[in-house]
Design a protein around this ligand. Sequence first.
Ligand code: SF4
Length: 73
Amino acid sequence: MLITDTGVPERYIDTDDWGGEVMLRLDDGWCAALDRDTMMCTIYDRRPLICREFEMGAPECIAEREGIATAYL
Ligand code: SF4
């Protein structure tokens, strides 16, 4: 969810069912700003606040990656 304006490009912004601005997800479920080849953020310097507060490699991060990795098995 986009809480503050960090400069996320409009093409990566979607509106949820409650009218809030969120990062657009593509059909594969991943954020539209994610480079699928490198698995790196293509808008790192302009990523949303919540992404900035999500510690890379933290247990929550690992669990999220594992959950997505097994979602299509
Ligand atoms: S850090 Fe991840 S979730 Fe956040 S904008 Fe970048 S690719 Fe999307």
